[in-house]
Ligand binder design. Structure first.
Ligand SMILES: *Cc1c(COP(=O)(O)O)cnc(C)c1O
Length: 344
């Protein structure tokens, strides 16, 4: 049974009267701004930025075919991950569940907020068993975190299994789609109106090539977005980032070309990795990275480091025995990696 958002949110958050900043109280165009104690002598940088990033959201809404009111922008996806836990989970009382293995930030944010974290194993091929996940939730489970395509495994979770969770779980379901641009699976964004307790996360850090800016997106019902906006720092996205992200959105085609190039490189890399004798298994990828299994991940990692090539050890995660994660780089970078692997 679906629970109402107001029923899921913590009491103190529901009652919270948020900080009201100057740029929030007066919206519109004026010629003289004497309301925010700014130093007026360094235009435009002396002005506080738009706290709700209206122009940028307008452009995102256009591209994503949703309403601007369904968007929250954060300092990376990390900000909404933390805020969602803080809004819905009473420390030491509520809990969250997540697939395992997955992106570690959900657990770190749960730990910081003193909220119990329940990892639920995926199947050996990293597919989702919705029943297993649903069995591990209880009345105090406020949020389920899914990640699709999943990091570090690279696979997208199937629609049928995700749908089972969206239909049966009464709390908030978060689907982290950081890698959606690299996947053949469709986004869950178009289902926001069907599932009022769904939050979809995306980011400018991967396909858009803007990891240094720290800008992430949360998409959800207006009611959820209002809660997140109430709790976030008023001026979380600075002026330069707002403008530069908007400029990048206007050049969307450039992103699409990059994605095509990386998908091509991924296909080439998959073929070449398959010829490396000591690689036991290559997991299929819907993302811009590839997970492989080797007998001795530590020594392979060390040998690559010696050559100045850094990949990621993932062998200590659940179901990831012997696993290394390789990001798809440029053609030259991938060739260098393959060259060194061939010599091992
Ligand atoms: C890289 C990644 C992100 C992006 O985080 P940002 O804070 O937006 O840079 C989010 N989720 C997953 C699963 C990731 O791998």
């Amino acid at each position: 049974m679906r629970k109402e958002i107001s029923q899921l949110a913590r009491d103190n958050i529901r009652k919270l009267k948020p900080y009201s900043c100057a740029r929030y109280e007066f919206k519109g165009e004026a010629s003289v701004y004497l309301d925010a104690n700014e130093n007026p002598l360094n235009e435009p940088y002396c002005r506080y930025p738009d706290p709700l990033q209206d122009k940028l959201k307008g452009k995102i809404a256009e591209i994503k075919h949703i309403r601007p009111s369904q968007i929250m922008l954060g300092v990376g996806s990390d900000e909404p991950i933390d805020l969602i836990i803080r809004i819905f989970c009473e420390p030491k009382e509520d809990n969250i569940a997540a697939i395992d293995p997955t992106y570690n930030m959900y657990k770190v944010c749960a730990d910081i907020n003193n909220v119990e974290y329940r990892p639920v194993l995926l199947n050996d091929d990293f597919s989702l068993d919705a029943e297993r996940l649903l069995q591990s939730v209880d009345d105090h489970t406020k949020i389920v975190f899914l990640c699709s395509p999943n990091n570090p495994s690279g696979n997208a979770l199937t629609r049928e299994e995700v749908k089972k969770i969206l239909s049966a779980f009464g709390g908030i379901t978060v689907i982290d789609e950081a890698y959606i641009d690299f996947s053949t699976h469709p986004s869950w964004l178009s289902e926001l109106d069907t599932y009022p307790n769904l939050i979809v996360l995306q980011t400018f850090s991967k396909a858009w090539g803007l990891a240094s800016l720290r800008c992430g997106m949360a998409f959800a019902s207006e009611e959820i977005i209002d809660y997140i906006n109430k709790v976030k720092y008023p001026y979380n996205i600075n002026y330069l980032t707002q403008n530069f992200v908007k400029w990048n959105l206007e050049k969307e085609e450039r992103k699409n070309v990059w994605v095509q190039q990386l998908l091509e490189q991924r296909a080439i890399l998959l073929k070449k990795l398959a010829k490396i004798p000591f690689i036991e298994k290559i997991f299929p990828s819907d993302a811009n990275f590839i997970l492989v299994r080797v007998p001795d991940p530590e020594s392979i990692y060390d040998k690559l480091v010696e050559k100045g090539i850094i990949i990621r050890k993932r062998n200590n995660l659940s179901l990831c025995n012997g696993c290394l994660r390789i990001t798809v780089g440029t053609k030259e970078e991938n060739n260098k990696l393959i060259n060194e692997l061939e010599k091992i």
